[in-house]
Design a protein around this ligand. Structure first.
Ligand code: WTA
Length: 634
């Protein structure tokens, strides 16, 4: 079984060994899994191309490690515990044996519909067990899954389907979310009319059973295709470096890119980090509230926990339905031992008042996790004292879609904790800080740009269909380093505090958003000539979206115009990208070379209009005063 560190002293020893002999260390971890054939070479790498290969030549199937491997020892144990949106609806349980059968049947249905090794399958589904089952079914037959968060618009979905040339799309009829029923399939129907020619089949899972028509012969019901299949499906033999999945994420420029993860390294690292960060013990009930549409759901709802033989809770609903006590009601109901959520959820619940936390027995909780954005001290203290009652350590886990797994975090209960500090790197992880010229900042009590100077098994291998973009984005800024896009501080004890993005990516309610992407969407409005989007501090969301917009003529009713902007962003990307504030301006501060001075826009958006620095070198210094005067207060 995966090595589990038991004390902070042991962590220090393991860490030391892991950086002195990374190959030996990771080979040892990898050997705790089931391989059809052992790898030839543990690691081959350079960050120039980049070319990173872990366990090359090794043959495996990740689902044999998630499922088959557990059948003898824990076939009857619950693998997926499903808590539906409505508290009164029955809980669903899949034991490892049942999950294995469900995955095999689904895998056979995919094969029967012409999906094979290397084909891409897009998922657009709410948080129902069939999403996890479908993802694993792909992995079973070597198909590559590309899960798209079901809050994205038809346009965003179509862009992703086309980029990955998906052969199949799997969706639900509706999403039962809070008090609403969201027509998921309708979004897919629209996307299908946006040039998704690669799609041969749309498989529709009947979730709520609401009215649904099948627009054309490509559409099939999940139950018609899956239910009659055999529960035996031989797993496809994959190379460690074969693609496991694509997940689209936003960057500073252009359209979202498809981050590519591969089978072997992703498996080894997610299992290892899961066991150690959450200190998961056999029999524990683990709950991560993320959506499988994001990396956190991939690594720490599906793969990591199942690889470790855990019971992973999947929640269909939202934190405030039927009321703001739902998270705690679910923790009590299922006696959750590890609870993993995002600071934005903590802040939102905190704002509803302490009364919603009262009356629940939360004594089962052993570890509390945080992910997705920096957790501010106030939220940290509330989480620690209100929810953990001062007994459950907080792990503030820093990582990214690209890293595949948690890189910097405490190990639950073992490591020293400091509010707002992610802490120390996991074994095998070699972070460093550099200044903007790429000079290494040695020692402690320093602040700079966060990079990684050595590969780890679950790092991205490429961006789908565009390797050069991967090189440019992550490996070109500083020689022989992976650049994270985050700024960080190493305190006097060597603990890392993540400050936030230093590029044009903003983090809204833990969702990553490229400002360029939002600008492109706003610019689709016929009256908009140009726009500039920046983040600003937002009490609940972490960052809010502030849009400066230049229009071509009088807009008439400004409120109506703002609504049109929100509608166009919702159409192009989805409601999560809607600006919180829209300021109409006559110009944007630009340098003489035509570059927007975002620094000024960020400052004004944050409500600080004092001391904007020297603006005299701008092409149009006069707009700065106008922007200041028109700035939108809360
Ligand atoms: C931010 C989410 C501070 C960071 C797993 C990173 C964090 C981006 C933390 C990746 C944390 C994530 N503390 N910041 N504990 N975790 N971030 O790809 O800016 O959706 O670069 O992956 O979220 O977001 P992504």
């Amino acid at each position: 079984m995966t090595l589990q560190i038991k004390s902070f002293d042991e962590y220090k020893d393991v860490y030391k060994r892991s950086v002195e002999d990374p190959e030996g260390f990771w080979a040892e971890q990898a050997s705790t899994f089931t391989w059809r054939r052992k790898w030839d070479k543990t690691l081959e790498w350079n960050f120039r191309e980049p070319n990173v290969k872990w366990f090359a030549g090794g043959k495996l199937n990740i689902t044999e490690n998630c499922l088959d491997r557990h059948l003898d020892t824990r076939g009857g144990q619950v693998a997926i515990l499903f808590e539906p949106n409505r508290p009164e609806a029955p809980v669903q349980k899949y034991t490892y044996k049942e999950l294995h059968a469900a995955v095999c049947k689904t895998a056979n249905a995919l094969k029967a519909n012409g999906v094979g090794k290397g084909d891409r399958v897009c998922f657009y589904m709410p948080m129902v067990p069939e999403l996890a089952i479908g993802v694993l079914a792909c992995a079973r037959i070597g198909a590559v899954h590309s899960v798209v968060f079901a809050g994205f618009s038809a346009q965003a979905l179509a862009d992703r389907i086309i980029d990955a040339q998906c052969k199949m799309v799997i969706c639900s009829d509706y999403n039962d979310r809070g008090a609403k029923s969201i027509p998921v399939k309708e979004v897919v129907d629209q996307a299908m009319n946006m040039g998704c020619e690669s799609v041969e089949t749309v498989l529709v899972h009947k979730n709520t059973g609401g009215p649904a028509d099948m627009p054309d012969a490509r559409y099939k019901w999940w139950h018609d295709e899956v239910d009659g299949q055999s529960a035996i499906c031989e797993a496809e033999e994959m190379d460690a470096e074969d693609m496991l999945f694509i997940l689209y994420t936003s960057g500073s420029t252009g359209k979202p890119k498809g981050v590519v993860h591969t089978c072997g390294g992703f498996m080894v690292y997610t299992a290892y980090s899961f066991k150690n960060v959450f200190q998961y013990q056999d029999g524990d009930i683990y709950w991560c509230t993320a959506d499988i549409g994001w990396i956190t759901g991939h690594s720490y709802i599906v793969y990591g926990p199942l690889l470790a033989g855990a019971t992973t809770l999947m929640f269909e609903g939202v934190p405030t339905y039927p009321d703001a006590g739902r998270f705690w009601a679910v923790c009590e109901k299922h006696k959750v031992n590890q609870f993993y959520t995002a600071p934005t959820a903590i802040r939102a619940l905190m704002a509803q008042g302490d009364k919603w936390t009262e009356g629940y027995d939360l004594s089962s909780i052993k570890v509390l996790g945080s992910v997705g954005e920096p957790i501010n001290e106030e939220a940290w203290e509330w989480y620690y004292h209100r929810i953990g009652k001062g007994n459950a350590p907080i792990v503030d886990t820093w990582w990214q879609t690209e890293t595949g797994g948690i890189l910097i975090s405490g190990l639950g209960g073992l490591s020293p904790m400091k509010p707002a500090h992610a802490g120390y790197p996991l074994p095998g992880i070699q972070p460093c800080l550099v200044d903007s010229n790429g000079a290494l900042l040695e020692g402690n009590d320093v602040e700079g740009l966060l990079c990684m100077k050595f590969p780890w098994p679950s790092m991205l291998r490429t961006t789908y269909g565009d390797h050069e973009r991967c090189r440019q984005t992550y490996f070109a800024a500083f020689q022989d380093m992976y650049f994270t896009g985050d700024g960080a501080r190493r305190d006097k004890n060597g603990m890392y505090r993540i400050i936030g993005r230093v590029d044009d990516v903003i983090n809204v309610s833990g969702h990553r958003m490229g400002t360029a992407e939002v600008e492109n969407a706003i610019n689709e409005h016929p009256k908009v000539i140009e726009s500039a989007v920046v983040g600003y501090p937002h009490e609940i969301k972490g960052q809010g979206i502030y849009a400066y917009v230049i229009v071509s003529g009088p807009v008439g009713d400004e409120e109506a115009f703002r609504k049109e902007i929100l509608a166009v962003v919702t159409k192009e990307i989805g409601p999560i990208a809607k600006p919180d504030k829209i300021q109409i301006v006559s110009g944007l501060p630009k340098t003489r070379s035509g570059k927007i001075m975002r620094r000024i826009l960020r400052k004004v958006a944050s409500g600080d209009t004092s001391n904007l620095g020297d603006v005299s070198t701008l092409l149009n210094p006069e707009v700065v005063d106008e922007i200041k005067t028109g700035a939108l207060a809360d």
